[in-house]
Design a protein around this ligand. Structure first.
Ligand code: PGA
Length: 229
């Protein structure tokens, strides 16, 4: 157990392209009531677009300490952009957006320039952007104070980076961008290894993919990090 001190700790569930509305609501009903109410603990769920509205309603009805986010958003304003989800529309349901995930950069050819445009759209619509980077050389757009270091070798492989290495990269990112930047680690985080990443107090949270799909394991991750505070 790590325990919360006077700084924010972020635990982000990135469901990727998983869960029907029914499955999403089951997860919310299991996880929501078990989340500790602590202002320093920011627990975020990022479902697929189709689930977002229902998830938001369930969170509000249950009054759960859970922030709802998306896994991507459009670099454009509203308008003739078939298939895109604009921040101006999403803002009715979400307060948070993952931007520039490596799966988007690699499978959908997302460039640093597009990441920058998406960040601008998010900020313009009061959505907090979390920018994902594979290493310190990837540019971080102006005004971003939440970054996730996600090394490619660790994503979905079961081979997480070490807490020492992740801490070193986080320190470099903070030196590059300013000490106010909060840096999360992502890549094969599980209930077993979650607390090890936060022990040194350098990292500010975790971005969890596969292990976030299981409500029981996700709650264990939150408990390991918050120390039940
Ligand atoms: P993983 O994914 O936890 O399944 O490795 C993390 C991510 O891609 O955000």
């Amino acid at each position: 157990m790590v325990g919360l001190e006077n700084k924010n700790i972020w635990i982000i569930a990135n469901w990727k392209s998983n869960k029907t509305i029914k499955e999403a609501l089951e997860w919310i009903e299991l996880v929501g009531p078990r989340l500790p109410k602590n202002n320093n603990l920011k627990v975020v769920v990022c479902p697929p677009f189709t689930d977002v509205e229902e998830v938001k309603k369930a969170v509000m009805v249950g009054n759960y300490p859970l922030i709802v986010g998306v896994q991507d958003l459009s670099p454009f304003e509203v308008g003739p952009y078939t298939g895109e989800e604009s921040a101006a529309i999403l803002k009715d349901f979400v307060d948070f957006a993952i931007i520039g995930h490596s799966e988007r950069r690699h499978n959908f050819f997302e460039t640093d320039e597009m990441v920058k445009e998406k960040v601008e759209m998010a900020r313009k619509n009061s959505i907090t952007p979390l920018v994902c980077i594979e290493g310190v050389d990837v540019p971080i757009p102006e005004g971003v104070d939440l970054v996730a270091y996600e090394p490619i070798f660790a994503i979905g492989t079961g081979e997480a980076d070490t807490p020492q290495s992740a801490g070193k990269i986080a320190t470099l990112i903070k030196q590059k961008t300013g000490q106010d930047t909060q840096v999360l680690y992502g890549g094969s985080v599980t209930a077993e290894n979650a607390s090890s990443f936060l022990e040194s107090k350098i990292l500010d949270g975790l971005l969890v993919g596969k292990a976030s799909l299981d409500p029981g394991e996700f709650v264990q991750i939150v408990e390991a990090v918050s120390g039940g505070d």
